[in-house]
Design a protein around this ligand. Structure first.
Ligand code: SF4
Length: 473
């Protein structure tokens, strides 16, 4: 579904390149391929071997780097970031990469994920004299790096990264080195590739396709890559823990043309639709997917059931952000501006509406209503993931559990609330099987916490959600 319509948002995308004569324009294109992961701010920091230079701003990638701003970013390497701001965390000071200057050199950090023990670390650092410039949990890493007694940045990074709990994919840039780190559970996607002789790193492989780079592999859980003019070296700051890749990356967040650990997202979503067809029985005339992220699952469902796939809903692509309006009436208009039913397709038909998830239920309700107003005889809502019952502490802004419709209502109650003729969800087992991460032993695990409540890292009763914390990115 459309992320901005329903309160389920990815928080960031990261990109890095080392050893290229045009690192800023390449990063700019890379960020375009990651724009869906965050639309609130973007930034690029380059190194020319002597200085780090940054251009950052609030808004979309195109807006931030307009008017020739890229031209002053010359050098041989860059790191870049797109950001989704959680409540209370907006403001230019929080737009990444964060850049720190000191007498011993400069350092820039781009981060995707969420450090769940950031508040505790921040309090301890402040007691030791640190002064924080931002409300970002990412800044904690910079202070830990600075505080370390080790002389080499590599050893300081290993020591600092060991102290962090949660989900993190970091890219760190200094004048003469780029470091890449993935948390011990490997929760957020992060891949490495090559563009000619240059090394590239990105949250999603779609960024590699756009710049013409070749995918080499995923960054491993607990791995620290050191990239400089001598090449790439793989080190570890931690032994890998049981793998817990975010399942919602497959279900919803990542682009269909991206691969995570060799599994293509469109193909995985199509298998989710096929699995749904095996788990539920429905009689209907047409299948339609809620654009964009549910279309692959709808195609799979249609193929497996033989019910024809039709474009019953279309996305209106050139609408600005006018949908973020406080009043209910304006929000309804916002949905209508973003999505339209195709009357000729749904009129008089029993429609299967495939969606990837339901968060609050309000948007599903509006789409069901819209389809019925366009003449649909019946609307059967089919969700290609299990009910979302628990909040995410790892960098995805899922609403609090009070707001999650599935946390307080049975499936039948939800059906009634959204006004559908039937409502079905995929089973947890069916989802995991359909995604197909089955051949990698210890490395094939998923985070399923928002579905099952079983969190892969310790979550204390005091752990705050990203948008509840003093430190938010
Ligand atoms: S809780 Fe859900 S959204 Fe958060 S990391 Fe786990 S699977 Fe992803």
């Amino acid at each position: 579904m459309l992320a901005e319509l329903r309160g389920l948002n990815e928080e960031c995308g990261v990109f890095g390149i080392w050893g290229h004569p045009d690192p800023a324009p390449i990063s700019y294109y890379g960020l375009h391929a990651l724009q869906h992961r965050g639309q609130e701010g973007a930034g690029i920091v380059v190194t020319d071997g002597e200085f780090l230079r940054a251009v950052k701003g609030e808004g979309l990638v195109n807006d931030v780097f307009s008017n020739g701003k890229l031209e002053k970013l010359t050098g041989k390497a860059a790191i870049a970031h797109v950001r989704y701001a959680t409540a209370g965390g907006s403001g230019i000071e929080n737009v990444q990469p964060l850049l720190f200057n000191s007498t011993t050199g400069s350092l820039a950090i781009a981060h995707n994920g969420n450090i769940v023990n950031a508040n505790r670390l921040k309090r301890s650092l402040e007691q030791q004299g640190s002064i924080f410039q931002t409300t970002s949990d990412t800044e904690v890493l910079a202070h830990l790096l600075k505080k370390s007694h080790h002389t080499s940045l590599e050893e300081r990074a290993k020591q600092a990264l060991k102290l962090l709990d949660g989900a993190f994919a970091f890219i760190i840039l200094t004048e003469d080195e780029m470091m890449v780190a993935q948390d011990p559970h490997g929760m957020r996607p992060l891949s490495i590739g090559k563009l000619g002789d240059a090394w590239v790193v990105a949250s999603e492989t779609s960024a590699f396709d756009l710049i013409g780079a070749e995918v080499i592999r995923s960054v491993e859980p607990g791995e620290l890559l050191i990239i400089n003019d001598h090449g790439l070296r793989s080190e570890r700051f931690s032994e890998p823990a049981e793998r817990a890749i975010c399942t919602m990356e497959y279900v919803y967040f990542s682009r269909p043309d991206s691969d995570i650990d060799g599994i293509n997202i469109h193909s995985a979503r199509k298998r989710l639709g096929i699995q749904l067809a095996q788990e539920i029985q429905l009689e209907a005339d047409v299948v339609t997917g809620v654009p964009d992220s549910s279309i692959s699952a709808a195609i799979g469902f249609s193929e497996a059931t033989g019910i024809p796939y039709e474009l019953g809903l279309i996305k209106n692509r050139y609408v600005g952000r006018t949908f973020i309006q406080p009043s209910q009436d304006l929000r309804e208009r916002g949905v209508k501006m973003k999505l339209s039913p195709v009357r000729q397709v749904v009129n008089g038909k029993r429609v299967v509406m495939v969606d990837d998830s339901i968060v609050r239920g309000t948007t599903s309700k509006r789409i069901v209503k819209m389809l019925k107003e366009a003449g649909a005889k019946e609307v059967h809502v089919v969700i290609s993931s299990p009910p979302l019952k628990n909040p995410c502490f790892y960098g995805i802004d899922i609403s609090t559990d009070e707001e999650l419709i599935a946390s307080n209502n049975s499936v039948e109650e939800m059906r009634e609330l959204i006004g559908a003729d039937s409502l079905s969800f995929l089973s947890v087992e069916g989802m995991v099987q359909a995604i197909g991460r089955t051949d990698e032993g210890k490395n094939c695990g998923h985070c399923l916490a928002c579905f099952t409540g079983e969190y892969p890292t310790p979550i204390s009763p005091n752990t705050k959600l990203p948008h509840e914390k003093e430190l938010v990115r």
